[in-house]
Design a protein around this ligand. Structure first.
Ligand SMILES: *[C@@H]1O[C@H](CO)[C@@H](O)[C@H](O)[C@H]1NC(C)=O
Ligand SMILES: *[C@@H]1O[C@H](CO)[C@@H](O)[C@H](O)[C@H]1NC(C)=O
Ligand SMILES: *[C@@H]1O[C@H](CO)[C@@H](O)[C@H](O)[C@H]1NC(C)=O
Ligand SMILES: *[C@@H]1O[C@H](CO)[C@@H](O)[C@H](O)[C@H]1NC(C)=O
Ligand SMILES: *[C@@H]1O[C@H](CO)[C@@H](O)[C@H](O)[C@H]1NC(C)=O
Length: 490
């Protein structure tokens, strides 16, 4: 045979080999993902999803504001003896404490394989994915910047290790995903500081805090980094699907990598995540904060109050051995590795009180407590953030600065978070439905009740005036809910 022909044939064959591989690889991936999706959907059951079961699992997607729900609602309802130990901990859920009633963690949905599935209710909160990515970036920088009090990285790292071995609590650095994101950012901040020292100048050439190379990693570099691909992007979808980098499910890593490689396989993941949202007791939205909190109190809080009152009556709940230290993520946790100027008195304010707290609780009181709690929590957070960002001044993440971020960056975040964008839209639909149901039941129980009770002794006009606000509220809620549903459908 002519050597040229021979050579050409050889080249064609060589060209076909990787192609054949990639076809096989795609097929393999598709099978892996399909199999996972089928198995996952089989476990999903819809019956009775509106009733709170024995165990409440708060699936806390990072940077959605879940911590305020934990501190200002759940901690006010559940005594620490009812909290599952090691919530948020790297050691994770300890199934030996069978009687616990509350689990709040950044662990993904796969933890339910360790829980009594049919006795567990799941709740979660979702946030606009673009804002969530921004917030994740800002928080990574903020926490890492606290270490800049140290003269160098070695000393910062050593100090952290020493503090952690001494303290019983859980620090941000033990908690997924921060245990990866913070050290990564910390190393980066120290390197930039060293570079400034070596240059002998602190001059900063940019006025965009999201792109201030001299001080911190620009957000564009952050979102394009493999670590962000592994942990940040589509994080809510993967967490609800139980497929994060922190999953309990052995095959999760292969499934996740397949979806990363072949984007169309993401549809299977979305299907599972949506089904799970459908079956949750409650889905909140960070953006609709007031409505979400009110609904949480009415839907979840109400049922927790009556459940705990019941179990108290039959003596349950008290049997739980209280000697186990609770290690949930408290206000003080974020302070643990920082300088003493941030250790104020709020470190003790979140101490666990007693079993008495739920005795006299009502939804109304719960909302009042929540308002007070959240405003103090926000003040603390703001103060801490300002103190921490001072260390990388003039970089300062403000609302105004965020508005100036180039369109290109936003588009990039969007394209990296397609699954989360779709899931968020779906969650908005669920939220609107929940809202409508809540409004209807409000109308049924309160409004009708008050008309019949109060109208006896007063004239028709008074009764009419009485009911007007309720009717208006109902119309407002209903129209609002309707508008949301329509918006989602488009
Ligand atoms: C880091 O700082 C500590 C404490 O000041 C110092 O003892 C140590 O020599 C420093 N290490 C390096 C590599 O500069
Ligand atoms: C999770 O991601 C981090 C950061 O990329 C990595 O260091 C770690 O090994 C990953 N874990 C698994 C189980 O893949
Ligand atoms: C509680 O735990 C402690 C130590 O773990 C043990 O000594 C004690 O007997 C336990 N009490 C009950 C009521 O189980
Ligand atoms: C903490 O509270 C105690 C007593 O309430 C007070 O004496 C102390 O000055 C406070 N410390 C700080 C740092 O606010
Ligand atoms: C950053 O901005 C906030 C609010 O806009 C402000 O209160 C704070 O002082 C600023 N921090 C620095 C270091 O400029």
């Amino acid at each position: 045979m002519d050597p040229t022909v021979k050579c050409t044939i050889l080249l064609i064959l060589l060209g076909l080999v990787p192609n054949a591989f990639s076809i096989n690889d795609y097929e393999h991936c598709e099978n892996v993902v399909k199999k996972w999706a089928t198995t996952s959907l089989k476990h999903e059951r819809t019956e009775d999803k509106h009733t709170l079961k024995d165990l409440l699992f708060f699936l806390h997607v990072p940077r959605t504001g879940g911590r305020t729900y934990f501190h200002c609602f759940l901690k006010k309802l559940y005594s620490s003896s009812l909290e599952c130990p090691r919530s948020y901990d790297k050691l994770r859920f300890d199934p030996s404490k069978e009687k616990c009633r509350l689990l709040v963690t950044h662990d993904d949905y796969s933890i339910t394989s360790k829980l009594p599935r049919d006795r567990t209710s799941v709740v979660t909160i979702l946030r606009n994915p673009i804002d969530r990515v921004f917030s994740t970036y800002e928080f990574s920088v903020e926490v890492a910047a606290r270490f800049l009090v140290h003269p160098n990285l070695t000393s910062a790292t050593q100090m952290t290790i020493r503090l952690r071995s001494k303290s019983k609590g859980v620090s941000t650095l033990d908690i997924w995903p921060w245990k990866y994101l913070v050290p990564w950012m910390r190393e980066d901040l120290f390197a930039r500081r060293d570079a400034r020292k070596a240059r002998g100048t602190n001059d900063v050439t940019s006025n965009d805090p999201y792109n201030m190379e001299d001080m911190a990693m620009p957000i564009l570099n952050y979102i394009n980094d493999p670590i962000a691909h592994e942990i940040v992007h589509n994080g809510a979808t993967f967490q609800i699907a139980g497929l994060t980098n922190n999953s309990f499910l052995p095959e999760s890593h292969e499934v996740r990598h397949c979806v990363d490689k072949y984007h169309n396989l993401g549809d299977y993941v979305l299907q599972v995540a949506k089904k799970r949202l459908d079956n949750m007791l409650y889905v909140g939205l960070t953006e609709d904060h007031r409505e979400s909190a009110t609904m949480f109190a009415n839907v979840v809080g109400q049922q927790v109050i009556s459940q705990l009152a019941n179990s108290k009556a039959i003596g349950e709940g008290a049997i739980v051995n209280r000697s186990e230290p609770s290690s949930s993520f408290s206000d003080s946790d974020l302070d643990q590795n920082t300088n003493s100027d941030e250790k104020g008195n709020e470190t003790t304010s979140s101490s666990d009180d007693n079993d008495v707290k739920q005795d006299s609780m009502t939804v109304g009181k719960l909302m009042d407590t929540y308002e007070v709690c959240i405003s103090s929590l926000r003040k603390t957070q703001t103060r801490r953030r300002i103190a921490s960002l001072k260390r990388i001044s003039p970089a300062n993440f403000t609302k105004e600065a965020r508005l100036r971020v180039p369109q290109m960056v936003l588009q990039r975040i969007q394209s990296l978070n397609k699954l989360d964008l779709e899931l968020y839209e779906y969650a908005q639909g669920i939220f609107a439905k929940q809202h409508k149901q809540a409004a209807e039941s409000l109308f049924d129980t309160e409004t009708l009740g008050s008309i019949f009770v109060y109208s006896g002794g007063i004239n028709l006009w008074d009764a009419c005036l009485w009911t007007m606000p309720f009717v208006l509220l109902f119309i407002f809620l209903f129209v609002n809910a309707k508008r949301r549903t329509l918006k989602v459908k488009i």
